[in-house]
Design a protein around this ligand. Sequence first.
Ligand SMILES: [Fe+2]
Ligand SMILES: [Fe+2]
Length: 190
Amino acid sequence: MQNRETNMKYASEDLRNEHEGVLYGLAILEQMVRTVRLSGAADTSDIEDMINFLRLFADKCHHGKEEDFLFPAMEKAGIPNVSGPIAQMLAEHNQGRQYIAEMGASVADGNLQPDRFTKAAAVYIDLMRAHIEKENTVLFRVGDKMLPVQEQEHLLNQFEEFEEEVMGKGTHEKLHETLHSLENKYLKTK
Ligand SMILES: [Fe+2]
Ligand SMILES: [Fe+2]
């Protein structure tokens, strides 16, 4: 089944593109943290939109592709999971989930707890930037070398189906629009 209109060869290309989206979200989140630190307040619906992006795009979709498809394929090809680099990546995904939950709890009922939010967001940003760097420079390169062409193609197809399944049609675009408006508000106002 050849269903990619793009010319991607490696499964990691799709994931690297998503990393760019996540990093872009983190830059906006970082500015939100600065705003809250300076003023002690924030538009809680913006924070909720950001948390929704992180939950759906960064965690459910992106980490889902890694956990359900890429990592198992790499394990099958001989990369150890237990106490190896994959276990480390999985542990970081779980850690990230806890920080997202903590950010969510900091705006529960629309009332922002500023310190709770900024602390959780700051550690999440650091964790995810380092995590993405490790995947881009180490793990993905190993996967590119170890997995044959057909397996890469199969993974790309699985990613596409998975994305539609977990996000639903149009959700990707909607999330990008949301990020774009947050970018205009937080990164381009000064
Ligand atoms: Fe990851
Ligand atoms: Fe990743």
